[in-house]
Design a protein around this ligand. Sequence first.
Ligand SMILES: [Zn+2]
Length: 211
Amino acid sequence: MLMRVPRATIRTQVSVPLRFGDGYVAEARVISFDGLVDGREHLTFGLGDLSGHERTPLVRPHSECLTGDVFGSERCDCGPQLREAVERIAESGGYLLYLRQEGRGIGLYAKLDAYALQDIGLDTYEANLALGHREDERSYVAAAQMLHALGASKVALLSNNPDKARQLQRSGVGVVAQVPTGVHLSAANGRYLAAKAQRGAHTLDLGLLAG
Ligand SMILES: [Zn+2]
């Protein structure tokens, strides 16, 4: 069923040149908004050529992960996912939605508490439940608001997470294609990725994880 999504408007747009640790560079248009439902400072990074109206933008909703995005934590795959997404979107034209929802929505401190529980054997979803949270508390209504404000009513979604596609469609964003991201396996994130594939129904190639 379609949800009524309140209107958000573009607040500012500024150009920010990006340079990543591996030397990759891209030019981003960083966009802020008024009227986002949860009052958080979510951002959109416009990347690549968006001039062709007939073109469907490639869109990745990326949930903030301070430890992974900024410090290169190997407990998850957020850093490499973000880096991959920027390059792929810059190539085809589209938007990276940087959503301020740490730890699948439970917050940074609670995410670290959940890590402590994972160290004694719980998986990433069980740990959230043990802390009194839901497995995944993220809402993508603000993401849909940003896309509506940008005039992107139809998108190709760069994601392995079926919940993102479902929620966006419920909020009136047409998902015309779902494009999988790569698998970023490290010595420390194998169990985390396996849990995402098994419990979160992410489309990850588990053959790679078995190796
Ligand atoms: Zn992460």
